[in-house]
Design a protein. Structure first.
Length: 218
């Protein structure tokens, strides 16, 4: 009997430790977003439902104000990438469309291409600097406020590993318990809407990281 209770207890712990998934249907948000290292600006995001064509992953269509190159060690990002996410919103791949910056899965990590400008004046040209980034799948640190908005629920708690794929910041963690959020070690607060979903995420100084003006899930 003791062994059975132990197994049941371990089973419950494992279930509780399972990372939460975002709502399975299409999610569409728009409003204002200040990504980590970026300026506040308007954004529109549509997270599509899991698709067999993408191995069961989810396509995030995004239009936003990307982080400034100076906050990304010179990396240039476009303002309308296609981003492939898994069911926990970990990054699977980043398609910069007309830009050179890309992320693709490779082995037990990622292959990253960062678009930077070399040379000056008429000699300036865009080049792609390539590197491999080992480690498990993770959230994109710069998009963390948006990802929190997509996954946060008033009754939930979670912890996600984050990586600065195109910049110099070290890996960090985003976690939340109720309305209290820790974003890379900085305390933040969620202001929920009447539907129990995130409407605003405020940093410790009251500055708005993301404000969702509309949220629709079929």
């Amino acid at each position: 009997m003791g062994r059975l209770l132990l197994l049941l207890t371990l089973g419950l712990v494992l279930i509780a430790a399972e990372p939460p998934e975002a709502a399975p249907g299409q999610i569409e948000l728009h409003g204002t977003l200040r990504s980590i290292g970026g300026e506040a600006g308007r954004f529109w995001a549509r997270l599509l439902a899991p698709d067999k064509a993408y191995g069961g992953h989810r396509m995030l269509q995004l239009v936003y104000e990307p982080p400034r190159p100076e906050s990304l060690a010179g990396t240039i990002l476009v303002d309308c990438p296609y981003v492939l996410l898994d069911r926990q919103l970990n990054l699977v791949a980043w398609n910069g469309r007309q830009g050179l910056s890309q992320v693709t899965p490779r082995g037990d990590g990622y292959h990253v291409v960062r678009e930077v400008t070399e040379g000056e004046g008429v000699a300036a040209q865009a080049v792609g600097r390539e590197s491999d980034l080992p480690g498990p799948r993770a959230w994109d640190l710069r998009l963390a406020p948006l990802l929190v908005a997509m996954q946060w629920r008033a009754e939930g708690a979670a912890s996600r590993r984050c990586v600065d794929f195109f910049g110099p910041l070290p890996p960090a963690t985003v976690s939340w318990q109720g309305t209290a959020v820790s974003l890379a070690g900085s305390p933040c607060t969620v202001e929920p809407g009447r539907d129990g979903r995130l409407r605003r995420l405020l940093d410790a100084h009251g500055a708005v990281l993301i404000a969702v003006e509309d949220a629709a899930t079929p």
